[in-house]
Write a protein of this length. Structure first.
Lengths: 165, 355
């Protein structure tokens, strides 16, 4: 049986390459936090269900200011909380939701909210590589969401527009 | 020898240019900065943010200065106390947007303490020079050595309650003077109402604001028309300033050019005369006009965002299941008219940091 010293001498280069490749793979696993976040469709549906049962205000952090509703930048948390509460009071719901578009958000997505300097500035300031633009089609019309990483099991909402008929 | 002469000439030219640009820099600093009133954050409770001059929302902390042009935005649990250099105290209550700014009136700077929505209490000491102007979307109060609380409602209404001293509350050219334990309510675009006596516990902002909102919801079209009237006041104020500002800026550019030539010609007497003109003459005019232009544009933005935007959210949520309701359609017609005017006439005078 060959000693390890002899084996090392013969396969030094290969072994070093294997170690480096292993380290590379390990690093890619440990740096998941820096990989852009992609929304999962089932989580979007879960969020829509939360809106439908009027639970947005019960999950801290799922809808925080600054927020965009249509073309309005909302900076007062009270206004945002009242918006979700009022939606529930009038029996609003997004029935049979289906995700038809799900991709990284861009500055150009202002057109889905309001193509104005305000909305473009909002997107420039607040969206990052973890923000997605999600289009949901339902029997109640089309809705656009700006969504970020999960908060307490739900995608964090940063923007809402709809229904667009 | 010639080379040396050329070098000396070059050095002198460089020095003159450097001096000119140093002066220019100082002058520009005097135009755009360095004139700011500052308040110091002395107490923070719950969630309170500051919207800084770069337009960033940052958590407000004790010891943070609040510069002219910056705002405090408190959340449901947030409170912040600010202190002015003369030890006057400003207490920003929950769900409030408060902005510190300055305007220039008759050659004198005036601090503007504005509450767009929410409530703010003031314990104001005597000021040297012109006292601050306490503003909301629809009313202006002139004060000196006074304790008062200002409530700014979701519909643009204002309630001023005086606890100590005297306050003159003005709206659409009409003025009411309030003494200790007196209060007055002002609807946007309307003169102050009848003053009334208020003794005892502080008014609960949430209850008062809920009443204002219910009043608005009874007739949303009349409600948004009142806010539109106030927005028009700001828009017209800006429209009056703009042509004068363009003329003054043309004059200013001419003085710059002349100064540049005088510096190059080493005509020190003429250069000093022109520098004086830049600081005290045309330059001072420009500074006043620029400050006031910013004041009108930012006042419009605040009212449009926090009051009109807030009313839009109220209406949208309430009518989302019946969007063809005539009252909602009539409201939207007015809302879109405001947005169009804002984007055409106010937007060009705002910068990204304002948004």
């Amino acid at each position: 049986m060959k000693s390890f010293g002899e084996f090392w001498k013969k396969n030094k280069v290969v072994l070093i390459l294997v170690v480096f490749a292993g380290l590379g793979i390990l690093q890619s696993f440990t740096s998941c936090a820096t990989v852009p976040y992609v929304q999962k469709e089932e989580k979007v549906v879960k969020l829509v269900e939360l809106i439908n049962r009027g639970g947005v205000n019960e999950v801290p952090g799922v809808a925080n200011t600054p927020f965009i509703i249509d073309g309005e930048i909302v900076l007062l948390q009270k206004d945002l909380s009242e918006f979700w509460a009022n939606l529930h009071k009038v029996g609003f719901s997004i029935r049979s939701p289906k995700v038809v578009q799900n991709r990284f958000a861009m500055m150009e997505d202002a057109k889905y909210f309001r193509d104005s300097m305000e909305v473009r500035t909002f997107l420039k300031k607040y969206i990052d590589r973890d923000t997605s633009l999600v289009q949901v089609q339902s029997v109640d019309g089309t809705f656009y969401f700006l969504l970020g990483r999960e908060v307490k099991g739900y995608p964090k909402m940063m923007g809402f527009r709809g229904p667009v008929q | 020898m010639n080379t040396r002469k050329r070098n000396i000439g070059y050095e002198r030219g460089t020095k003159a240019t450097a001096l000119f640009f140093s002066f220019l820099l100082l002058f520009l600093c005097s135009l755009f900065g360095g004139y700011g009133q500052e308040a110091l954050t002395v107490y923070v409770e719950g969630e309170a943010n500051a919207k800084n001059l770069q337009g960033k929302l940052l958590p407000l902390e004790i010891g943070n200065p609040l510069k002219s042009g910056e705002s405090v935005i408190t959340k449901t649990t947030g409170r912040a106390d600010l202190e002015l250099p003369n030890k006057s105290l400003i207490q920003v209550k929950p769900n409030t947007v408060f902005t510190l700014s300055e305007v220039e009136l008759e050659g004198e700077k005036q601090t503007v303490l504005a509450t767009t929505v929410g409530s703010v209490s003031y314990r104001l000491n005597k000021f040297t020079g012109r006292g601050p102007s306490i503003r909301t979307a629809g009313a202006v109060a002139g004060v000196r050595g006074t304790d008062l609380t200002v409530y700014a409602g979701a519909d643009g209404s204002t309630l001023v309650v005086v606890e100590q001293g005297a306050v003159a509350v003005e709206s659409v050219g009409k003025e009411v003077t309030l003494e200790k334990n007196e209060a007055v309510e002002v609807k946007p675009g309307s003169p102050p109402g009848e003053k009334f006596t208020w003794i005892g516990k502080q008014i609960d902002y949430s209850t008062w604001n809920q009443g204002k909102l219910e009043e608005f919801l009874k007739d949303p079209v009349a409600g948004i028309d009142r806010v539109a009237y106030q927005l028009e006041v700001y828009r017209q104020g800006l429209a009056e300033i703009l042509p004068v500002l363009v003329r003054v800026e043309t004059e200013l550019n001419k003085v710059y050019e002349e100064l540049k030539k005088a510096v190059e010609a080493k005509d020190e007497a003429r250069a000093n005369q022109l520098r004086e003109e830049l600081i005290k003459g045309v330059g001072a005019n420009r500074r006043v006009l620029f400050l006031n232009k910013r004041f009108y544009a930012l006042s419009y933005l605040s009212l449009r965002r926090y009051v009109v935007g807030g009313l839009y959210l109220q209406m949208k949520a309430r009518y989302i299941t019946k969007p063809t309701a005539p009252v909602y359609q009539a409201f939207l017609e007015r809302y879109w008219d405001i947005i169009r005017k804002y984007e055409e006439t106010i937007g060009p005078h705002l910068v990204e940091a304002d948004i």
